[in-house]
Design a binder for this molecule. Structure first.
Ligand SMILES: [Zn+2]
Length: 216
């Protein structure tokens, strides 16, 4: 049962915890119940909803128009081999492999922050890099919708790999060979605030990029 609305489809869905209707779009695979404030991820193999921890980024003094879903992926990056003609890492690699480890984190450990919604690859890389590098202040779960989350955890992991490499290439330093691995840990949903200007959205806290409003 789907009902067309404003260019995309709304799929009726009941919250597994409280039974309230959960807003979702046709291609969404992550859901957030604004009634009981629990998150879920659709498991395509089991064709069922699995609970996911949810947090929201706080945006004090900002009139937020919309919150978009991101994944936070705990990860440990291990470098096996690198051949390049030039300086060392300066992007996400240096963040994960740098010696400035945050308290409580082991070598190579950190948290990737990856959009769960569809946007241009350039914007996706920019957002992933900016929000992974920043120390975000997390607040309580809000009664705000998180719509447009088309990417599940597996997709988010691929995007984390992509962003890791994309943040290192495109520099004068020529990366000829790189062998590394990421061991992924816990995945959570993160609501990130955006402000609307015309039909476009800009992330409210870091103000790194403007995207078309995701529709799925
Ligand atoms: Zn609920």
């Amino acid at each position: 049962m789907t009902a067309p609305a404003a260019g995309y489809e709304l799929v009726p869905l009941d919250c597994p915890t409280c039974g309230a209707a959960v807003a979702a779009r046709g291609e969404d695979v992550v859901y957030y119940c604004t009634a009981c404030r629990n998150g879920y991820s659709f498991d395509p193999e089991g064709r069922s909803l699995s609970p996911v921890e949810v947090a929201f980024v706080t945006a004090p003094n900002v009139a937020v128009d919309s919150y978009l879903p991101f994944w936070t992926l705990r990860g440990r990056v291990k470098l096996h081999e690198r051949k390049a003609s030039g300086a060392s890492f300066s992007g996400l690699m240096s963040f994960f492999l740098g010696d400035g480890d945050a308290p409580g984190l082991g070598p190579g450990e950190g948290t990737f922050v990856v959009p769960a919604f569809h946007c241009r690859l350039g914007a996706l890389t920019t957002l992933t890099r900016a929000y992974t590098l920043s120390s975000l202040e997390l607040g309580e779960r809000l009664g705000e919708r998180l719509l447009g989350g088309r990417y599940g955890v597996d997709d988010a992991r691929k995007l984390a790999h992509y962003a890791l490499i994309a943040s290192e290439v495109g520099k004068p330093d020529t990366l000829r060979h790189l062998r590394y691995e990421i061991a992924f840990g816990e995945a959570r949903l993160l609501g990130v605030p955006f402000v609307r200007d015309g039909g476009r959205l800009t992330d409210a806290v870091l103000q790194t990029t403007t995207i078309d409003e995701p529709r799925s």
